[in-house]
Write a protein that binds this ligand. Structure first.
Ligand code: SPV
Ligand code: MG
Length: 283
């Protein structure tokens, strides 16, 4: 599930998702910036650090194009490993990149140079289980299936643990054609933002290993908050809203305020500490 901050990460985890996508579009949007490398990589790092602190499930970080050369990317990888993130995805484009659905000029990186970025990332990871996912933008750029496959093979050869094959078509046909030829050479990830109407069973039987619902949570948040603003402004009242929105108890539950109460009793209440000690001394 795509998440955009620590709270959305916590919600997705509590809902039952076993893995999260730290979305570049999501992170930049909540910072009030465009998904065009306007947010710095250290801002992204701070965002994913807060997500990782708030959850226990693996998080795949959207690393855009790696924030520059192989050198920027390997520094980013080292920092992600230190924070305990599960992996990073980089796309074969040049810095600064722009969101695949908003960009008009979709310039791809040279294959050899991008393979160097992947190799530098793999050589720099400090945790064996850290994954580097190479995202192929050839279909989005409109250069065809053969070029997409050529790139994916090269990236896998350079050490990528998985391939994310992206598409902006409204149907899944080119993704499924890619998957058929790819034949599970390594795990294949997709982001069905534009072909949202396709049932998951098609992906399951079509050789796709994981589906990333990248921005539906962010967009749902925009809808819910916009509707709430419009309602409060028009009604000058929240009474009709109260039943429809999360209660404060739900919020406190999400952020485990109960744990703080228990910790206070343990660490901040001198009398209970003395009580425990006295009991221990009697044992
Ligand atoms: C993101 O979530 O930032 C992505 C996925 O990269 S997409 O917006 O579909 O390109
Ligand atoms: Mg992105």
């Amino acid at each position: 599930m795509g998440v955009h901050d620590a709270l959305s990460a916590r919600i997705a985890e509590r809902s039952g998702f076993r893995g999260l996508w730290a979305s570049g579009l999501g992170i930049s949007s909540v910072l009030g910036m465009r998904d065009a490398n306007e947010a710095s990589w250290s801002q992204v790092l701070a965002a994913v650090e807060s997500m990782a602190s708030a959850t226990d499930v693996p998080i795949l970080v959207d690393g855009d194009s790696g924030y520059g050369s192989f050198n920027n990317f390997r520094i980013f990888v080292r920092r992600l490993c230190r924070l305990g993130l599960a992996g990073v995805c980089i796309e074969d484009r040049l810095f600064p990149k722009e969101n695949s659905f908003s960009a008009s000029n979709h310039k791809l990186a040279e294959i050899d140079e991008f393979c160097g970025r992947i190799r530098a990332g793999k050589d720099s990871q400090t945790s064996d289980s850290f994954s580097i996912v190479a995202r192929v933008e050839a279909l989005v750029a409109g250069v065809g299936l053969d070029e997409a496959l050529r790139r994916a093979r090269a990236y896998h050869g350079a050490g990528a643990d998985a391939i994310l094959i992206h598409s902006k078509r409204k149907d899944p046909e080119e993704i499924l054609a890619f998957a058929r030829i790819w034949d599970n050479r390594c795990p294949l990830l997709i982001v069905p933002t534009t072909f949202w109407n396709t049932p998951a069973s098609v992906f399951r039987t079509g050789g796709i290993s994981a589906v990333i619902w990248a921005n539906q949570g962010l967009r749902a948040t925009i809808t819910a908050f916009s509707e709430t603003c419009a309602h409060v402004l028009a009604q000058e009242s929240v009474s009709a809203l109260e039943e429809r929105i999360a209660s404060l108890d739900e919020l406190f539950g999400l952020l485990e305020y109960g744990e703080l109460r228990a910790a206070e009793r343990r660490y901040n209440d001198g009398s209970s500490f003395r009580q425990e000690r006295r009991t221990d001394e009697f044992r």
